[in-house]
Design a protein around this ligand. Structure first.
Ligand code: TYM
Length: 565
């Protein structure tokens, strides 16, 4: 998601510069300057709106994101796509907490329920990480298939990414990486991390008249942040799009682009044709915006990185003579499954992959996904941290003092207005940001439960709750910063060099027959082979359905075209 694009909190002004009326002929230098200034004004307004101080002595009633001006705004539903994330707004203009169940149903993803959690623990033999235990990773696509894969001892890889839009990541960005690192430890598989400097330039930099190089710099700096999350060099590859594209990756992009229609991309990304670019300020969706998604999609194909799996890439064949390169398709590498941890805003990209991956010459399986909720902005539920608003977020570069100040000053509290009231009626942990952050970072379940109960009972004050939260965040960010200092240019270079990954996967794979028995907890009549057949049949039916839909779409497009001419 593009920080600053989505209205994170506060009332929603029309930020579409489409309303700035540029005249033909093409803009003069002055037009561009005016436009830049207008963008800056909008940015400042948004930032002011988000930085309105929130009442650390509030009554404990939601909504956490208190609104700015008096005038009521039209109520609006929540909206989540990769470019815009905004909570619903009620008639009084209050931003409401995200309704994740509604979102899950809308996106048609599966809930991570108790039985899947238990299976995860059983298959991996490890205690569930607190982020999944406490429902912060709440939804998935085909996670069960990845567990099957691990159980059998088959290879798969994990892919995630970051759009480098500023020098330092915030605490919200750290969540998927914290969890991905945990998954790497659990599964012992390769992790691929994409830094989308091209995406951030396309969707943000161009709009603000900034240089592409700026985003490459952010990519390097964010890569060091990511390394500091503790990834294992032997099985982690990090790349900047601008630097890495070429070879098999680019071949996959080129082929995949032929499979995606503008309509599909527009639907997934929520383009409304009002995007304005500083260099060409007529409202439009640039072709760069349209073509970017294919790049984020094919990153989920193992065949984009054959070198990580021990096969050569052909990027720079020596000598450069005809046919002297590793030719595609590499079916066996393409068939390696992929698991993508991310917050739910990134899901639309991967719906595009899942709908089309079977149509590649060397098809890849549908990538599995595991989705996180958003770590809320300091201002409370319904807001999302924004890299462009320092008061909305704790940054991984914040000092211990800054963390203390931000939590004390900005973290929305579910405590009561006075000490007496708090002791009498108790606080509301469900809207309290300090408590919410503790659910992410405090490991001890019993201690957390005790904090929750005593806060509700009014025996734990807001001040003391915040103190506990500050201590946990300082520990997490402090540890991160120590590791960040060790991420030198040399270390960065190693992580960003494509090379064969060293991983072992499941040390105790079990035979498929055993897997079926263990899954059901008892011996089953059903032969695993029959299972496989049924799956293939379903897969074929689904494929036919998709082909039919595509045919219909093609016919509709043809009719529309003939109507136009
Ligand atoms: P970006 O840079 O917006 O976000 C990086 C990752 O952080 C997640 N995220 C959050 N998670 C929890 N709480 C928050 N407040 C929060 N804000 C952001 C995002 O969902 C993402 O997982 N286009 C992507 C870059 C990308 C990518 C990927 C991300 C490329 N390939 C594959 C995930 C998986 C982007 O701009 O992410």
């Amino acid at each position: 998601m593009e920080p600053g694009d989505g209205v994170q909190c506060g009332k929603a002004p029309d930020t579409s510069a489409g309303s700035l009326n540029f005249q033909h002929p093409p803009p003069t230098q002055k037009d561009r300057r005016d436009f830049s200034q207008a963008v800056e004004v909008v940015r400042v307004v948004l930032s002011d709106m988000a930085s309105v101080e929130h009442l650390s002595t509030s009554s404990g009633a939601p909504p956490a994101v208190e609104q700015t001006t008096g005038a009521a705004t039209a109520a609006r539903e929540q909206h989540v796509d990769p470019l815009n994330v905004s909570g619903a707004i009620d008639e009084q203009g209050n931003v409401l907490a995200f309704d994740y169940e509604a979102l899950r149903q809308k996106f048609d993803t599966a809930l991570i329920d108790e039985s899947l959690r238990q299976r995860f623990e059983r298959v991996t033999g490890k205690k569930l990480h607190r982020l999944i235990r406490r429902g912060h990773f709440f939804s998935h696509r085909d996670l069960d298939k990845i567990l099957d894969c691990y159980e059998r001892g088959d290879t798969f890889f994990i892919y995630t990414g970051r759009g480098p839009s500023s020098d330092s990541m915030h605490l919200g960005h750290a969540i998927p990486f914290l969890f991905t690192k945990e998954l790497q430890d659990i599964f012992d598989v390769p992790v691929v991390i994409m830094l989308t400097d091209d995406e951030k330039f396309q969707f943000r930099g161009a709009k603000e008249g900034r240089d592409l190089g700026e985003f490459l710099d952010y990519a390097y700096s964010n890569a060091k942040d990511i390394i500091a999350m503790g990834f294992d060099l032997k099985k982690t590859f990090i790349y900047s799009d601008v630097e890495f594209f070429g070879g098999h990756y680019m071949q996959n992009v080129t082929e995949f682009e032929t499979l995606l229609t503008n309509n599909q991309v527009r639907g997934a990304m929520g383009f409304d044709g009002r995007y304005v670019n500083i260099l060409s300020p007529e409202p439009a969706t640039s072709i760069g915006m349209n073509s970017y998604p294919a790049k984020q999609c094919v990153a989920a194909f193992a065949s984009s990185y054959p070198e990580l799996f021990g096969a050569p890439d052909f990027c720079r064949p020596r000598p450069r003579s005809k046919g002297n390169f590793e030719k595609r398709p590499r079916k066996e590498i393409a068939a390696i499954p992929c698991l993508i941890p991310c917050a739910i805003d990134q899901d639309p990209y991967f719906r595009l992959v899942r709908d089309n991956c079977h149509r590649m010459k060397a098809p890849s399986p549908k990538p599995a996904l595991i989705h996180a909720k958003f770590l809320t902005a300091l201002q409370g539920p319904g807001g999302k941290m924004s890299a462009s608003d320092p008061t909305s977020a704790i940054f991984m570069s914040d000092t211990q003092k800054q963390i203390e100040k931000k939590i004390n000053k900005y973290a929305f509290s579910g405590g009561r207005a006075t000490k007496e009231e708090h002791e009498k009626y108790g606080g509301n942990p469900d809207v309290d940001v300090a408590y919410d952050y503790l659910t992410y970072f405090l490991e001890d379940d019993e201690e957390l439960a005790q904090i929750r109960e005593s806060y509700k009972a009014g025996t734990l004050s807001t001040g003391n709750l915040k103190k506990k939260c500050i201590a946990e965040l300082q520990k997490f960010v402090g540890g991160f910063q120590e590791r960040r200092n060790e991420a030198t240019d040399d270390v960065l270079d190693k992580f960003m060099t494509p090379r064969k990954m060293e991983y072992a996967g499941n040390p105790h794979p079990i035979k498929v027959e055993e897997a079926v028995v263990q899954q059901n907890g008892e011996t089953t009549e059903e032969k695993p082979d029959r299972n496989g057949k049924r799956e293939r049949k379903l897969e074929k039916l689904e494929q036919k359905k998709r082909e039919k839909e595509l045919e219909k779409l093609a016919l509709r497009n043809r009719d529309e075209k003939s109507g136009e001419s």
